[in-house]
Design a protein around this ligand. Structure first.
Ligand SMILES: *Cc1c(COP(=O)(O)O)cnc(C)c1O
Length: 217
């Protein structure tokens, strides 16, 4: 689908994240030239290589599972880590951010789908997680919101239900812990197949790959 056409379907208050994983620099520059500046990757090595070779006004985000021992490679430049799901990882991000004299924005990845995934914080663990984070007083990270992925299904009602549930806990969490923190405002949900449903359910960021770049090999 044409990039401008996709872009025109996304409201101004929703940020489009172009997911460029496994796509060449040439592909990325093509979309960059149409005005896109926020790109996301799910592998550290690929992210680092692309950041080195592509224009430096690109904001690079990490959306894939992140191993603690690889945080150091992206800490100098990453603009948002969307896939934080452990205190151990957050501790390492804070440490590496400090070394780089930066504050790194993070989203907590919340597990909302039916599928058994090793990744993501369960909804009933959120309170505990956030209490621990606040007690730790990390000075070089900011939790700016939540990220979630819906079940892989054609059932639109089910997807809408999962996204709405995440929006509910997002609002509850904001009121309970971040009422005085205006930066806690991002809800990243929706990919090529379900971004319209996600926007209806309250997403402030959508992560779109194959619709923009075509199918991945
Ligand atoms: C690959 C990926 C996307 C984009 O998926 P598409 O279906 O290609 O739009 C979004 N979010 C995450 C976490 C991904 O890994």
């Amino acid at each position: 689908m044409d990039f401008n056409e996709i872009k025109s379907q996304i409201p101004d208050n929703v940020e489009l994240i172009a997911v460029s994983k496994r796509k060449s620099n040439e592909h990325i520059i093509n979309i960059y030239n149409k005005g896109q500046r926020i790109f996301a990757e799910n592998h550290v090595q690929e992210l680092v290589e692309k950041q080195k070779t592509l224009p430096n006004d690109i904001q690079w985000q990490m959306i894939g599972h992140l191993q603690t021992n690889k945080v150091k490679y992206i800490a100098p430049f990453v603009s948002l880590i969307q896939s934080v799901d452990s205190i151990k990882l957050l501790t390492e991000i804070n440490k590496r951010a400090l070394q780089n004299k930066r504050t790194i924005d993070c989203l907590l990845e919340i597990h909302i789908a039916d599928e058994d995934s090793k990744f993501g914080i369960k909804i009933d663990e959120i309170d505990n997680f956030i209490s621990t984070v606040l007690e730790a007083e990390f000075n070089n990270i900011r939790i700016v919101g939540f990220m979630g992925m819906a079940t892989h299904t054609d059932d639109k009602q089910k997807i809408f239900g999962e996204f709405s549930k995440l929006n509910d806990v997002f609002i509850t969490t904001k009121n309970k812990y971040f009422a005085d923190k205006p930066y806690f405002k991002e809800l990243s949900m929706g990919m090529s197949s379900d971004y319209k449903i996600a926007i209806e359910a309250g997403a402030t960021m959508v992560r779109i790959g194959s619709l923009i770049f075509g199918k991945r090999d």
